[in-house]
Design a protein around this ligand. Structure first.
Ligand code: LIP
Length: 267
């Protein structure tokens, strides 16, 4: 098996193992805050990151690791993993579906493989991809199904997803932008987990997605999965997606979303 496909298989194993751990959560979680009073971390985020770290140490010794909750290992093999042990922690805290484990394998800054697993979404939804190999969705215990982003959706009929920052100042801008955008599209969803939003673009369950202030662990796996499903993933000016902005949609809609966001550039 080629390396990228091998790494995808490992990513799938890891997110499944972390999902099994996270499903068995205590009723009441110990919660601490991070960048703001609404940015939280629980003992389960840390337990999930520890599981991923141990798994990689055993199966991929020497690989690097960057985790949302502080894991940081340099690579000696050239491969590094970017891990969000719970993306959508607020959903997890409230028992809402959509929280997920997101993990990507990278080399020289390029993502080779990734998997995103949302155990409570539609009976368990596991998206995965490796570079050049297309994107797949497995539901429950089902077989992998090839997925594609929706093509040729006109902007006024587009269902978009977005998210809001943990920073109050950024949220104010985002609220103002929302008011301008919402009359111009079918509707906008805020589901609460960036990695799943990107995978929903990949599987045609929303037409497009935009959000700013994402971290590498929110973005890496979902970006590859959306790209492998035929979506374009960039920032607001068509350059590499990053903390400034992530816009994901099929190329036929992507340029219209960029124009729409450009039209509200004063925000
Ligand atoms: C969350 C993202 C979400 C975003 C939140 C946060 P976390 O990740 O998935 O899309 O709107 O602000 O970044 O913090 O739950 O891993």
């Amino acid at each position: 098996m080629e390396l990228a496909a091998e790494l995808e298989a490992i990513a799938i194993d890891i997110v499944r193992a972390a999902g099994a751990l996270l499903i068995n959560r205590p009723d009441s979680l110990k919660v601490e805050t991070k960048s703001s009073a609404v940015d939280v971390v629980t003992e389960m985020d840390r337990a999930s990151e520890a599981l991923v770290t141990q798994y990689l140490a055993q199966h991929r010794p020497g690989d690097g690791l960057l985790g949302e909750e502080g894991a940081n290992l340099a690579t000696t093999t050239g491969i590094s993993w970017i891990v969000d042990p719970i993306d959508g922690t607020v959903n997890y805290l409230y028992g809402l579906p959509g929280w997920n484990i997101s993990i990507a394998a990278t080399r020289d800054g390029h993502t080779l493989a990734g998997a995103v697993f949302a155990p409570l979404l539609a009976g368990g939804s596991l998206w995965s991809a490796h570079k050049g190999g297309g994107a797949n969705l497995r539901r429950g215990d089902g077989q992998a199904q090839r997925i594609r982003a929706n093509a040729n959706v006109p902007l006024h009929l587009a269902l978009l997803a977005t998210g809001f920052s943990y920073s109050t100042q950024t949220r104010k801008k985002q609220g103002e932008r929302f008011a301008t955008l919402i009359p111009q599209v079918r509707d906008i969803r805020r589901m609460g987990a960036a990695a799943v939003d990107l995978c929903l673009v990949a599987s045609g369950m929303v037409d497009g997605y935009f959000e700013e202030e994402l971290s590498a662990w929110d973005l890496a796996a979902g970006e590859l999965i959306a790209t492998e499903a035929g979506a374009l993933v960039t920032n607001a000016s068509g350059g590499p997606a990053g903390r400034d902005m992530v816009v994901a949609a099929h190329p036929s809609l992507h340029r219209e979303i960029l124009a729409l966001l450009g039209g509200v550039a004063q925000w």
